[in-house]
Design a protein. Structure first.
Ligand code: ARG
Length: 581
């Protein structure tokens, strides 16, 4: 048997195909990509011959045949056929496939045979980033959900993950917010701040309608910036109340961000002058119309003029960009990050690209540093416009979560009336939250998606509840098996449905690698859906409990690996997998 250090059969296959290509055509083909994928016609299909034929100016079918001739059947490959214009169809040896699944099952650590990475990064992942004294709304949903699943995945892979919740806790709006909070205190009530949405709107209205209040607010900004004690104390109260609100939401959503991960914009205040000085000293920042600006090459506006990254405004104040530069520098310099991930919506793409360009020019990065913008599209309503409440306000996340759980509560009551009430409640919370998260993660994140309660809560199709249900169903089969004294045993892969299920399962390691590289959780979703549907066909075609001893033991074992795979995959997405539903 080949090395067991990896369960991904694509790794040895890829190696063999590359070796065969080199044997057939020499080193000029060393950079070929075997482009392996699962296919209806074979276990895997490689379609490197077409591209190679173009390069070598040969007939693709002949190229494919020449490679195939160098790929004799061995302990991995059972047989090869050329099909179509030059596809190489590969059938795996059944014993090999069975051994891969055995390897997954034999791992008592729960990692399904996938070892932690040997090349661990120090990852700083910047996500969620709500604003203080504002209610979290749907605009922060995607960053929070996508960011948390990436954090979970990279941590599980063995990287050191440092979460950063870069909350907006500084700037001119704090003048009016603090002033409003002080007014409330004078009036003997601070209750308002607990309703963050209303609190912010009232402060805003006073600022717009009442010139004396606006004046006080502006003076308050100066007091805040100069470090006035009373002002700072009031500001802290706003922060504490808000972080408490965020934490409640994170807990409800099953998001791993802790209050200690909050390192807001204000945390970098002391570093800002230094950052500007350094960039000026290095010849990167210049004065332009009274402001200090960096003009990283390659950024031009519609008019063809270079776009500035403003790092000090005309009035001497610093803004969002300077704070982000200071944070980036600190994340590399002090936190030792080798990979910096920013989970922020697509509209900030240019801001991040300019930030990254500036950091590279300033020499803050090295050969190993990766700077990545994990961009994402918008959440749309059924009218295909940005999701809003009927009144036209942005939808609060707290309201979204309560509605999800309320809807799931009804569904669970209908589907599982036999379960005790507290169990139903637990499942409903898991289903409601899981539905929202999965709907957000399942599509390629750069795309917009339509927020659709009925679809995301459906128990069929590519949804969170479907996968949770698939998992619970396998657990129930396993409980029955245990009750009947049927234990798991050596895996044999005979029936076509068993083979299809095994082929789906063994992709796990490769999928997680790709998802961690590309920071695309939807790859995990597609994989889990593939496993769940393959399991469904398997269970229809291959009786588990009613089959005879050896077959039954093998099928029970396949059920175990399938259940563990779904549970681990869902856990990496941040979705609970109840034992029964
Ligand atoms: N608070 C910002 C917003 O609401 C998001 C912060 C994103 N993180 C960052 N490092 N800029 O849009």
């Amino acid at each position: 048997m080949p090395t067991m250090s990896t369960i991904d059969p694509l790794v040895p296959l890829r190696d063999r195909i590359l070796a065969a290509t080199r044997a057939a055509f020499g080193d000029q083909t060393a950079d070929a990509d075997p482009a392996l994928h699962r296919s209806q016609h074979a276990d895997y299909q490689a379609d490197l011959a077409l591209a190679l034929a173009r390069k070598l100016k040969k007939n693709p079918r002949e190229v494919a045949s020449a490679i195939a001739a160098e790929l004799p059947a061995d302990d991995v490959i059972a047989g090869i056929e050329i099909s179509g214009p030059g596809f190489i169809n590969i059938m795996l040896r059944t014993e090999y496939l069975a051994a891969r699944i055995e390897h997954m099952r034999a791992d008592a650590s729960g990692r399904l045979g996938m070892p932690p990475t040997v090349r661990a990064d120090r990852v700083v992942i910047d996500y969620s980033g709500p604003n203080i004294a504002k209610e979290m709304h749907v605009g922060h949903l995607r960053s929070t959900i996508i960011g948390d699943s990436i954090a979970r995945l990279l941590e599980w892979q063995g990287h050191t993950v440092i979460r950063r919740n870069h909350v907006g806790d500084w700037g001119t709006p704090f003048g009016m917010l603090i002033e409003h909070l002080l007014d409330e205190r004078t009036a003997g009530s601070e209750a308002g701040v607990r309703e963050l949405g209303a609190f912010y709107r009232t402060a805003r209205r006073k600022f717009d309608d009442d010139p004396t209040f606006a004046d006080r607010a502006r003076r308050r900004v100066v007091l805040l910036q100069s470090g006035d004690r009373e002002t700072l104390a009031t500001w802290r109260r706003l922060i504490d109340t808000s972080v408490e609100h965020f934490s409640q939401l994170y807990a409800a959503l099953g998001v791993t961000l802790a209050p200690t991960d909050v390192v807001g914009e204000s945390a970098y205040n002391a570093l800002l002058p230094e950052v500007v000085d350094e960039l000026a000293r290095k010849g990167l920042a210049h004065e332009s119309e009274g402001a200090m600006c960096v003009f990283p090459p390659g950024f031009a506006g519609r008019d063809g003029e270079p776009v500035p990254l403003i790092i000090r405004k005309q009035d001497g104040g610093y803004g969002y960009a300077t704070t982000d530069l200071a944070a980036l520098r600190q994340r590399i310099g002090e936190l030792g990050a080798t990979r910096l991930i920013y989970v922020i919506g697509a509209p900030q793409a240019q801001h991040l690209a300019m930030l990254f360009a500036t950091a590279r020019l300033a020499g803050w990065t090295n050969d190993r540093t990766r700077l990545e913008h994990v961009s994402f599209g918008s959440v749309l309503g059924s009218d295909k416009k940005m999701l809003k409440t009927r009144a036209g306000d942005s939808v609060s996340l707290a309201a979204l979560v309560s509605e999800a759980v309320a809807r799931a509560t009804q569904i669970v009551a209908e589907k599982s009336p036999e379960l005790p009430a507290d169990e139903q409640a637990r499942i409903a919370t898991a289903v409601g939250v899981g539905a929202i998260k999965y709907a957000d993660l399942a599509n390629d994140r750069v795309k917009d998606y339509v927020f659709d309660w009925t679809r995301m809560l459906a128990f069929d199709g590519n949804t969170g509840p479907y996968l949770m249900y698939a998992h619970a169903r396998i657990r129930s089969i396993l409980r029955k098996a245990a009750g009947a004294g049927a234990t798991a045993g050596a895996i044999t892969v005979d029936a076509p449905q068993e083979r299809a299920l095994a082929l789906a399962l063994v992709q796990f390691e490769g999928i997680l690698d790709r998802a961690g590289e590309t920071l695309q959780p939807h790859r995990i979703c597609a994989f889990l859906y593939d496993v769940a549907t393959a399991f469904s066909s398997f269970y229809e075609g291959c009786p588990v409990l009613k089959s005879e001893d050896g077959v039954r033991a093998s099928r029970v074992a396949l059920c175990e690996v399938a259940a563990q795979t779904l549970a681990l995959g869902l856990a990496l997405l941040g979705i609970a997998a109840p034992e029964q539903m």
